[in-house]
Design a protein around this ligand. Structure first.
Ligand SMILES: Nc1nc2c(ncn2[C@@H]2O[C@H](COP(=O)(O)OP(=O)(O)OP(=O)(O)O)[C@@H](O)[C@H]2O)c(=O)[nH]1
Ligand SMILES: [Mg+2]
Ligand SMILES: [Zn+2]
Length: 292
């Protein structure tokens, strides 16, 4: 048995980088029986079978795991957004950021295509306590800053289709040559250029997962744990939690709510609070449904 990291998942094969190179592996039947789904980013024990092939033996314990993108052991979630076409909704950023916080994974917000249009949102995220970078995969602006942030970490590049996840990776390492696609084609046919999840090793010492863009984050990530912890998953709410008039304050519109007061006084951004309300309502439905 040798140990390695799963770097790609494609059509029922897992590709594991080991000391002897990348091995193409199948999962044994016991994985399916025990409901074990290996993920890109996983550390695994592998039985080499010769000829560049192997068999997965065991998945080592994970720091965290995401359903969509399907990745494990993510240190940093790089949420790529764009103010140019295709424009990213703040709600998408906030949803992914909250889910990342829940899983002990640091969200970093990257406003790409700044050569076309600068985002007005960057300040909102910096004020809220996030690292936020403006980048361009065309001019190279912000690329070094992004490299510094992700250096030595396993990070996942996420964001709606066409924001430039693959282009940014290519800008960082021209050798990657990852296929990228035309935005108008993506919008027209709703097609993703990137179809599978793959982990790339960067010369800055980072490991980056390129993922297919998605229209909506997997709702199964929004569970009861997320519901109970939702307010603290919005990091800029934390100083106010505990100062509301009612202990069971939902921080939505309640009388005497310290969070709502901070929104009204401009200390918390309204768009972040709007996203909180949407997630709160989603999570609330989930509980009502589960209790039936
Ligand atoms: N002007 C400009 N165009 C960009 C930038 N980044 C990406 N693009 C263009 O946007 C289009 C989509 O880029 P991709 O890198 O394929 O986007 P993606 O996020 O990987 O998309 P999916 O794989 O479908 O999820 C391509 O035509 C890129 O050339 C940028 O910073 N500036
Ligand atoms: Mg892509
Ligand atoms: Zn409150």
């Amino acid at each position: 048995m040798t140990q390695g990291r799963i770097v790609k998942a494609l059509s029922g094969f897992w590709y594991v980088r080991t000391e002897d190179g990348v091995l193409e592996c199948r999962a044994p039947g016991k994985f399916r029986k025990n409901n074990i789904l290996p993920l890109v980013g996983d550390m695994a024990l592998v039985e080499p079978l010769g000829g560049g092939k192997g068999s997965l033996g065991e998945i080592l314990p994970r720091k965290n795991r995401f359903i969509r993108p399907a990745v494990a052991n993510v240190d940093i979630m790089v949420i790529i957004a764009s103010a140019a076409v295709p424009v990213t909704e703040p709600y998408l950023i906030d949803r992914v950021a909250a889910i990342s916080e829940l899983k002990n994974c640091e969200p970093v917000i990257c406003f790409n295509k700044c050569d076309l249009k600068r985002s007005e949102l960057c300040g909102i995220y910096r004020d809220a306590g996030f690292k936020a970078v403006e980048t361009s995969a065309v001019t190279g602006e912000g690329i070094d800053e992004l490299k510094n942030i992700i250096s030595g970490k396993l990070c996942a590049f996420t964001g709606n289709s066409g924001v430039g996840k693959s282009s940014l990776l290519n800008m960082m390492e021209p050798d990657f040559g990852i296929p990228t696609g035309d935005v108008s084609e993506k919008l027209g046919r709703g097609r993703h250029t990137t179809r599978h999840v793959e982990l790339f090793q960067l010369s800055c010492g980072a490991f980056a997962v390129d993922t297919p863009g998605y229209a909506s984050f997997e709702e199964s990530e929004i569970d009861l744990e997320m519901k109970s912890r939702l307010p603290e998953l919005f990091r800029e709410f934390r100083p106010y939690l505990g100062s509301c008039r009612f202990n069971d304050c939902a921080h939505v519109s309640d009388l005497g709510c310290a969070v709502v007061k901070a929104v009204e006084e401009g200390r918390i951004s309204r768009s972040r609070h709007d996203s909180y309300i949407k997630l709160y309502q989603l999570a609330k439905q989930l509980r009502e449904w589960e209790e039936k």
